[in-house]
Design a protein around this ligand. Structure first.
Ligand code: A2P
Length: 308
């Protein structure tokens, strides 16, 4: 089944479903991604330098036999690399064994000390994260613009950026408006206000953790289960398809072949089947007392509502 796509603000098309690879172990991700592309129909893989599996994802893309040009590949700039975007991108490109990315995102709006006590998550003696508080995110973004202009990536965007950070740190200085903001968006963290703001700026939302991440806790939600039963769908189909129906690019993660295949066909079916009433019900679940984020936070205020 062909996956619908969305046009980004620079004309690049992005398939509405992509396979997430966060927490996909290097030992399993090659088979999972190869299966997703070759057997299940995915043409969009979401990855990141921090996931430590870019080499394996690149290998899977080659093994799939599907041309590179038919696969939408995303990676992300890690937080200890904000001062050297092009070098970090080159490392990711070498890991994948490709000469361009379709999308490169600033993973978090936080620059961690590149000379700290750990190459990925440096900490201070009190255990808190070793953050470069004086760093200007606009200086990260101008380097992102430069690698786009060089043709090393087809689109650039951000991840985990609030409206406040976009308004104060990026948009006043940007030559190029981010194409994407990748966020924790799901039934229990719909962020309606932020998504409306992004739409008003022409920035497409990507949703990570649509099932609630590890252990997929949202599959137990009563409203999702009732709507799934009504339509003869699985709860996962409803949770993923609900977001796709709202023109949100969704990134369900799995390393299990049957789930990878079911999530794709089921979510596309659900996106077509869910009614306006179903979507309105799902939209109201978080506000009925179930608001919850699953992603661990950074111990600093990034400007989000409902930030623990
Ligand atoms: P696994 O990778 O072992 O198959 P999210 O997309 O919200 O990050 O959720 C990922 C989690 O949900 C992983 O633990 C994944 O397990 C699991 N998962 C993915 N798809 C399904 C599914 N259709 N049914 C049950 N669990 C799923």
């Amino acid at each position: 089944m062909a996956c619908p796509s969305i046009k980004l603000n620079n004309g690049v098309e992005i398939p509405i479903l992509g396979l997430g690879t966060y927490k996909s172990p290097a030992s399993q991700v090659t088979d999972a991604v190869e299966f997703a592309i070759k057997e299940a129909g995915y043409r969009h893989i979401d990855c990141a330098w921090k996931y430590e599996n870019e080499k394996e994802v690149g290998e899977a893309m080659r093994r799939s036999g599907v041309p590179r040009s038919e696969i939408f590949l995303t990676s992300k700039l890690w937080s200890t690399h904000h001062h050297r975007v092009e070098a970090a991108l080159d490392e990711s490109l070498a890991n994948f064994g490709t000469d361009y990315l379709d999308l490169y995102l600033v993973h978090w709006p936080v620059h961690l000390n590149p000379c700290g006590n750990h190459p990925q998550i440096p900490t201070l003696p009190d255990g808190s994260r070793d953050i470069m508080h004086d760093w200007k995110l606009r200086d990260t973004w101008s380097q992102m613009e430069a690698v786009l202009k060089k043709g090393k990536v087809r689109a650039i965007g951000v991840s985990n950026f609030s409206e406040r950070l976009l308004e104060q740190e990026i948009l006043p200085y940007a030559e190029i408006v981010p194409a994407i903001n990748q966020l924790e968006v799901h039934l229990y963290n719909p962020q309606h206000k932020l998504l409306a703001y992004l739409r008003s700026k022409g920035i497409v939302t990507q949703a990570y953790s649509p099932l609630g991440s590890s252990g997929s806790p949202l599959l137990e939600d009563e409203t999702a289960r009732a709507i799934a039963a009504k339509h003869g769908l699985q709860p996962a189909d409803v949770l993923i398809g609900y977001l796709a129906a709202k023109d949100i690019v969704v990134l369900p993660k799995s390393v299990t072949p049957a789930r990878i295949a079911d999530n794709y066909t089921g979510a596309l079916a659900a996106a077509k089947t869910l009614t306006k009433e179903d979507i309105a019900l799902l939209d109201g679940v978080a506000a009925s007392g179930k608001q919850k984020r699953f992603m661990r936070t950074w111990g600093i205020d990034l400007g989000f509502d409902n930030w623990p």
